[in-house]
Design a protein around this ligand. Structure first.
Ligand SMILES: [Zn+2]
Length: 303
């Protein structure tokens, strides 16, 4: 999630009371180079070691009840993979969770596959402190709760893929809703100053609404040249509030492009697996049956 620099600076002055109230109550002692001063709003001041900046963001997220639960769940997931949470978080050019799904199989038995998922969370190193706090909460929500959007399963289709990106547990709606909820618990006055959070406040009831978040994420602007597969989704033809930083387009369209990229890769992999099977397996009825089944799957997905 990229946020514009001018917005960061603008908001920094608006939120100072809440921000400093939180920072000053932490019991952690940060080195001099990492101190946040009023003249330096960056979450990673020049000379501050990355690990220390990340530790500080985590410690502040921890101070909100929702953030505390999020960190507990994220730590548990990291530990299950034999890693610690801080090891998975790095400073980068933009904020995103980079997840790779690796599929392994033996050439002698290509039908038996094992999946392995690995994630790295990047936080834009040029962000102001509050934006970084929100981005980290957002990316941790993806990491902790998003299931693998496994493209090798039978329900892999454009419609399902886009729906999962937006609506599934740990998807975009959850991530945006959670970043605003944590912000509300840490700095309530700041919520209405952030575009992303203001858009999901129910105007009648004045609370953060997850269903409104989903609706906002389906906004695609004017109806024009949409792929047929997208037309089955609950799109909203109003000016989009949320734009994917990875593709620079509203989320349903960005997710559709991502689907096409994943599908191309998956079909290349499936073709390779079929070739290996044809070369290595015998001509027994069982082998031929397996090969036939895999060929049908390939045709269904890739043609
Ligand atoms: Zn996201």
């Amino acid at each position: 999630m990229k946020r514009l620099a001018y917005l960061v600076i603008f908001c920094f002055f608006l939120i100072s009371t809440d921000l400093w109230a939180v920072v000053e109550t932490t019991i952690y002692d940060y080195s001099q180079t990492c101190k946040i001063t009023h003249s330096d709003s960056s979450w990673l001041p020049s000379g501050c070691p990355e690990e220390e900046g990340i530790k500080r963001l985590l410690n502040i997220i921890q101070q909100s009840p929702r953030g505390e639960k999020l960190l507990r769940d994220a730590k548990e997931k990291a530990n299950l993979r034999g890693e610690t949470l801080p090891e998975l978080i790095k400073a980068g050019e933009s904020s995103l969770t980079d997840t790779s799904l690796t599929r392994r199989f033996r050439p002698s038995n290509p039908e038996q596959v094992v999946y392995e998922e690995h994630s790295v969370i990047f936080i834009n190193d040029s962000l102001g402190f509050v934006d970084a706090l929100m981005d980290l909460t957002h990316e941790l929500t993806h990491f902790a709760y998003r299931g693998a959007n496994n493209p090798y399963t039978h329900d892999f289709s454009a419609k399902n893929f886009v729906r999962k990106v937006i609506e599934a547990q740990g998807g975009e709606a959850d991530a945006i809703f959670t970043e605003c909820l944590v912000l509300h618990q840490l700095m309530p006055n700041e919520v209405l100053n952030r575009d992303s959070c203001r858009n999901i406040v129910d105007p009648n009831l004045q609370y953060l609404s997850r269903s409104l978040t989903v609706r906002e994420l389906y906004k695609v602007g004017k109806k024009s040249n949409l792929a047929t597969e997208l037309k089955e989704l609950p799109l909203v033809f109003e000016k989009a509030s949320f734009i994917s930083s990875a593709y620079g387009e509203p989320y349903p369209i960005a997710a559709f492009h991502e689907f096409q990229e994943v599908k191309t890769k998956v079909c290349q992999n499936e073709k390779k697996r079929l070739d290996i099977m044809r070369e290595t397996n015998g001509r027994s009825p069982a082998s031929l049956r397996t090969y036939q089944k895999m060929s049908q799957n390939y045709l269904r997905l890739c043609q």
